[in-house]
Design a protein around this ligand. Structure first.
Ligand code: AMP
Length: 424
């Protein structure tokens, strides 16, 4: 876990703010769920790998609880209980910190932040397409360059496994291995599950298939022609991709037939976002149609996405992209004598009312030292309060960059500063 110093903390919050803005634009309402949940709820469908990495403990009431490793279980709990009667679709946004005892490495932390979007109630491909188009919009508004989507569908692999009579537990084991790209191990596991040669050949064939055009879907169709459930999955993927193209996706995508994701609950589309500078995903998501019923609700389908805020921040740094935001002009108020501190506080308040960022010289420095410190810290203006000027209701206003000073009436200070800014 890290300490985020001002520059990093600012970038994290700005990315979070962009995500919140996108949520508002797409009609996703924010919800806030607790950082701690019952272990059983979080462990239910997160997958063996992630389950082992949860921070689990007993609270003072003897309950087995854990720090949340993801948002989706908590949100599905809300949908199954407090929001069950809400008209569908339900679009929800959440953001905050998550905890996984991952091996720390570049872009992998034990405490990290996500912005999370989920759409519940629709099985239609337009819901899947909306989630990807929203993700595209978020990454493009953040200013990331050359990001691209990796897209797959767990229904293709699971369709084959189901028709081969491989149980869910075993399927999950195979998918975990495929997620880690341990192909040989995955194939060995499949072989052990007493499946047909045809199954092995099909999976082997799928692992090889990946590409940028929709002709990839034809290649997949050829390999899985004997598995109707897998074919349904490809047709669903085809519909989603057609909608993405029609909807004006801004960026490239690759379809990968052997793509699997670590979380167990996916039932349909899955995707991740990458930039060429990093080989770890900046975000990912997919469809989970059975998760809500697992938490005691009725069958309410869902599709969602989690953007990894820390990794987006790293990618921005690597690409040299600065997030744009409205920075109020910084002003320092320096009283020449301590007896004028009260007046300095009042002037600073008035400046803040006027929309400026105002601080008071609070180190007891001389004017000269206070000014050189203000220079060093990138402050734009200094307001100097001297006894003579104050008696006349005036203050000295110094433009730090131009090293020029004017005397201004106290009640015209904000207007004068705005006038000087607009002259630049
Ligand atoms: P997941 O919840 O596993 O689907 O991950 C969604 C996104 O969260 C990933 O694409 C990453 O950007 C981010 N993420 C997941 N695990 C970590 C981690 N340990 N450290 C930093 N970011 C992470």
């Amino acid at each position: 876990m890290r300490d985020l110093l001002p520059e990093e903390a600012l970038r994290l919050r700005l990315i979070e703010e962009k995500a919140r803005e996108i949520a508002r634009l797409y009609g996703y309402e924010e919800v806030i769920t607790p950082l701690i949940e019952y272990y059983e709820l979080l462990a239910a469908k997160i997958g063996e790998e992630n389950r082992k990495r949860m921070y689990v403990f007993e609270d003072l009431g003897g309950r087995k609880v854990a720090l949340r490793p993801e948002f989706t279980a908590s949100i599905a709990r809300l949908i199954a209980t407090k929001m069950r009667m809400k008209p569908k679709p339900i679009r929800l946004f959440s953001t905050g910190s998550l905890y996984r005892y991952d091996e720390p490495q570049f872009g992998r932390y034990r405490e990290f932040w996500q912005a999370n979007f989920e759409l519940f109630g629709s099985e239609m491909p337009e819901a899947d397409a909306e989630i990807i188009l929203l993700t595209d919009d978020l990454f493009s508004k953040i200013g990331l360059k050359n990001y691209c989507f990796k897209i797959g569908h767990v229904g293709i692999l699971r369709g084959i496994f189901e028709e081969e009579g491989i149980g869910e537990e075993k399927q999950n084991g195979i998918m975990q291995l495929m997620d880690k790209k341990e192909w040989d191990e995955a194939l060995r596991f499949i072989k052990q599950s007493a499946t047909s040669q045809k199954c092995l050949d099909s999976i082997r064939g799928l692992i090889e298939i990946s590409g940028r055009s929709t002709s990839v879907l034809d290649e997949i169709r050829e390999v899985i022609e004997d598995y109707p459930r897998a074919i349904n999955a490809v047709e669903n993927l085809n519909e989603i991709i057609s909608l993405l193209k029609a909807g004006g996706l801004n960026t490239d995508f690759t379809v990968e037939a052997g793509f699997a994701r670590g979380l167990e609950y996916y039932t349909g589309l899955i995707f991740e976002v990458y930039v060429s500078e990093m080989d770890i995903a900046l975000g990912g998501g997919g469809r989970y149609d059975k998760l809500v019923e697992l938490f005691g609700g009725e069958r309410i389908p869902g599709v969602g996405m989690a953007a990894g805020i820390d990794r987006i921040s790293l990618a921005l740094e690597k690409q040299g992209v600065e997030l744009q935001y409205e920075k109020p002009e910084r002003i320092i108020v320096i009283p020449i004598e301590r007896s004028m501190l009260g007046e300095a506080f009042r002037v600073a308040s008035a400046l803040r009312e006027g929309g400026f960022s105002a601080e008071i010289e609070s180190m007891g420095r001389s004017i000269a030292r206070a000014l050189s410190d203000a220079d060093r810290r990138g402050i734009s203006f200094a307001v100097i309060l001297g006894p003579k000027e104050m008696r006349e209701g005036m203050v000295a206003l110094r433009c730090m960059a131009k090293r020029k000073q004017v005397t201004v009436k106290m009640d015209e200070l904000s207007d004068k500063i705005r006038e000087l800014i607009s002259e630049d």
